[in-house]
Design a binder for this molecule. Structure first.
Ligand code: ASP
Length: 440
């Protein structure tokens, strides 16, 4: 049994958090590969080290004095080193190098990556694991994307004879030899890459929540946690706004069928959420999760005998494509079809799109409705349960929410309902209550 353990910024924000992390690693001898983030916020209103590093870079690039910001960063690391009681350990030469680079030739990605780099050096020293620089094992290709093939090879080669390793998250090296970072939150991706390359059994992703919740806690009070979720369900929910894990972190482990276990550093006794390829576990509530977003528009196109006109849909979609707008959903009736789009992508181009639809498809009418919110009710258990849709619509009717649109994907993994923006929160609470609260 081998595990990768990735720790997020809040799990490594200060010495006390480092100690919790070390206890977690020591508690299970199969936790072999450790991927740390940079120190995150210690309290609300605090700043993440990565944000401070970006600020250093911005100042250096603008020819301003970056040194006061760099000393704040040094202060954060010094506190950790002192708090952990690490003797004969110093990041002095590393800071000298960072300062030199900022003064002489500031590079954005290199600067940002130092948060993870320094934190990992401390972690390796503290727990007695070997430090392996991500720049030597995570490879980006010519067009700037991750080269999974080269990365897997480099990683397997470098780690083959090492038993316990700390590898910084968030960055790697491009073919030009320069340090390159992933997008924000990218240490999740590094964890997943290490897991895939080393063919581990589990990728544990330690954060400050006990996994995914069935609904957004800002809308529903104390929502229950999700025990098991499939990659596909997760994709549907994250697309609709639920965020715990970086989206790109799924791919490397999914290919190798490695499950991800989201865990809470502050409550290691909680089992967290398992993200898996496929499962026979039932969710207990019919649905797995609810997520949604506000700010959509619906474009309603009507034309008599539309259903028998071959190519009508293509012509309508061409009008959106010509204007470089991607559409979200496309529910249709016999003589009508509706295209749902993001308001902010669409509003400034709406008249161009409408005239293109007229030019290409000669409809009878085109109407636009705005202020639409979409809610996805996701659950692998829905297809084998009768009455799920009925329960959703009864709950919404009961809560006086008017449903403006319904779309059920052919996978029967989710049902999307469109409601007015102002009914968004009420609708989510009503759906949560009917599936979860009433069964508790
Ligand atoms: N430290 C980076 C960030 O703040 C990457 C990460 O934490 O995953 O985005």
């Amino acid at each position: 049994m081998k595990k990768v353990v990735k720790f997020g910024g809040s799990s490594l924000a200060d010495a006390a958090q480092f100690k919790k992390v070390a206890a977690i690693i020591r508690d299970d001898p199969t936790r072999l590969y450790v991927v740390p983030s940079a120190p995150g916020k210690r309290f609300s209103g605090d700043e993440k080290v990565t944000d401070l590093l970006y600020r250093c870079y911005d100042k250096a690039a603008a020819g301003e004095d970056f040194r006061p910001t760099l000393s704040m960063i040094r202060g954060r690391y010094d506190d950790i080193i002192v708090g952990l009681g690490l003797k004969n350990f110093t990041l002095e030469p590393d800071f000298a190098e960072i300062e030199k680079s900022l003064a002489e030739n500031p590079e954005r990605d290199y600067t940002a990556s130092r948060g993870e780099y320094l934190n990992s050096k401390i972690m390796a020293e503290f727990i007695g694991f070997e430090f392996v620089d991500a720049a030597d094992v995570v490879v980006f290709d010519e067009d700037g994307g991750l080269s999974l093939r080269r990365t897997n090879k480099a990683m397997a080669n470098r780690l083959q004879n090492l038993e316990h390793v700390v590898i910084p998250g968030f960055y790697g090296r491009g073919v030009d030899g320069k340090i390159k970072t992933f997008s924000r939150g990218g240490s999740d991706i590094t964890g997943s890459i290490v897991a895939g390359a080393m063919k581990v059994d589990v990728y544990e992703n330690w954060t400050d929540v006990s996994g995914f919740l069935v609904a957004d806690p800002r809308i529903v009070e104390n929502p229950v946690a999700i025990n098991t979720i499939t990659y596909r369900e997760l994709r549907e929910l994250s697309y609709m706004g639920a965020a715990v894990l970086h989206e790109d972190a799924i791919f490397p482990v999914r290919r190798s069928g490695i499950p991800i276990n989201i865990r809470n550093t502050n409550r290691p006794e909680d089992k967290g959420t398992w993200i898996v390829e496929s499962t026979a576990q039932k969710s207990g509530y019919t649905i797995t999760g609810i997520a949604g977003k506000k700010g959509f528009c619906a474009v309603l196109i009507s034309k008599a005998m539309m259903n028998s006109e071959i190519g009508f849909g293509r012509k309508v979609l061409q009008a959106f494509e010509e204007n470089n707008i991607s559409f979200e959903h496309m529910p249709s009736g016999i003589d009508t079809m509706t295209i749902v789009v993001h308001e902010d992508e669409f509003l400034h181009k709406e008249q161009k799109v409408v005239s293109a639809i007229h030019r290409l498809a000669s409809p009878d009418s085109v109407e636009i409705e705005s202020d639409l919110a979409l809610i996805a009710i996701v659950g692998r258990g829905m297809k084998s349960m009768r009455g799920t849709a009925g329960r959703i619509f009864a709950a919404l009717a009961h809560a006086h929410v008017n449903v403006r649109m319904i779309d059920q994907g052919s996978s029967e993994l989710n049902i999307i309902v469109g409601v007015e923006n102002r009914d968004f929160e009420t609708a989510i609470r009503a759906i949560y209550d009917i599936f979860v609260t009433t069964t508790l």
